[in-house]
Design a binder for this molecule. Structure first.
Ligand code: SF4
Length: 274
């Protein structure tokens, strides 16, 4: 049984939702159920941190398109954001190739659908294609958890499959691709992942398998991992608890919904013709 609209666009977020909890994927993307509850207990602080993350990303975009750093610094009123921006100026662009595409989106085919990746920054050199994801999280996840996240899988895969238009008509060899997470709140600590042809093939099999599984599903079961429900907006709907989890604890776990990635701008999608 196929429940997906013909024009469905997968993303790292929707696939992560599916892997975390098939029911959440169904509620959010197939039934488009409105959120009946907040994700965390301290909603004001949650929104403040989201706004800080957005401000920081906007600053980096403005800097990448040529606005002078001192002009941008003068306009920052939030001390934390100013500190993050200073850290970025100090080391955020170390070793980053010169041909840069900030906030760049690509889609590629995935089964009968499309798969979207929205990169904070793509930077291309002669033999390097670097994907940077700027993070403002208070906690740096364990490397193995980050490696397994759909963001790491999807971003590298999409660039290897769809980067032809950025590379003079030639595919970007997987071996040239690096995905780098950069943590503003940790003095610019980096967690980086290389790529190769074998991983690209494994990722293709994995992602296509997920889509086939979603298409064939009769039911979308609730996750067995009840800990996920504490931070899920559907917990009352699913009868998995009335109260939101603690924001402070949420930031300490390795797999939170990422504040930096909550906002997708579908207007900026660059369609790649195949
Ligand atoms: S509350 Fe739990 S079971 Fe329900 S959608 Fe959220 S994660 Fe899944």
């Amino acid at each position: 049984m196929n429940h997906l609209p013909e024009d469905f666009v997968f993303s790292q977020s929707s696939l992560q939702d599916y892997v975390d909890c098939p029911r959440r994927f169904q509620l959010k993307y197939l039934l488009r159920q409105r959120y009946p509850a907040p994700e965390v207990d301290d909603l004001l602080e949650f929104e403040r941190r989201m706004a800080q993350g957005e401000r920081f990303h906007h600053l980096l975009h403005q800097h990448a398109v040529g606005l002078p750093a001192d002009v941008l610094q003068a306009g920052i009123s939030d001390d934390e954001v100013r500190g993050w921006f200073d850290t970025y100026l100090a080391n955020g662009l170390n070793g980053v190739p010169e041909r840069r595409y900030p906030e760049y989106s690509l889609t590629v085919p995935l089964g009968d659908y499309r798969l979207l990746a929205k990169f904070d920054l793509l930077a291309l050199g002669d033999d390097k294609a670097l994907i940077i994801d700027w993070k403002t999280s208070r906690h740096v996840p364990r490397r193995d958890r980050l490696q397994a996240r759909l963001q790491t899988v999807v971003y590298r895969y999409v660039l290897a499959k769809g980067g032809t238009a950025l590379n003079g008509g030639n595919p970007i060899p997987p071996e040239q691709i690096e995905m780098r997470y950069w943590y503003a709140d940790h003095d610019g600590q980096e967690v980086a992942f290389n790529y190769d042809a074998a991983q690209f093939k494994a990722d293709a099999d994995y992602l296509e398998g997920l889509v086939r599984e979603i298409e064939d599903r009769e039911r979308f079961p609730l996750t067995d991992d009840m800990a996920r429900c504490a931070y899920c907006t559907y917990r009352s709907l699913c009868e998995r608890g009335k109260y939101a989890g603690s924001l402070d604890e949420w930031e300490q776990i390795d797999e939170p919904t990422d504040l930096d990635d909550l906002d997708f701008d579908f207007d900026q999608i660059a369609e790649i013709a195949f």
